[in-house]
Design a protein around this ligand. Sequence first.
Ligand SMILES: [Zn+2]
Length: 118
Amino acid sequence: MKNLMHTFSIYTFAMGRRQTLMEKFRQQMKAYKKKKMKVDNTPYLPPDGVVYIMDSLNPDKPIRAVVLKTRVKQKRKIIESIACPVCGNPMKWDDKWEGFICEKHGKRAIYEIVQPKS
Ligand SMILES: [Zn+2]
């Protein structure tokens, strides 16, 4: 009986370790996916140059954006700056908020790019 208990405790120890490894792996996968998604969130300029943005607080109304500045990275155009539709302030892309941010007209406004439906 004592032997059996010993085997059992080794077994649960191994299982616990296995779970820790699994958890570690899952977390790494999550971080990897997040990183990958972040890359996908780069505000690329569509080939026709027409960009719509929406106020994150008022997502039902897409607004035609005025693109002020772009840069080329790996043969793709990335939007660097968009004019704020309210006050005209040039807004820069913010990775954390995944949008263009204006803090010049009162409350902070976050404008997300409307992804074209395909
Ligand atoms: Zn503004």
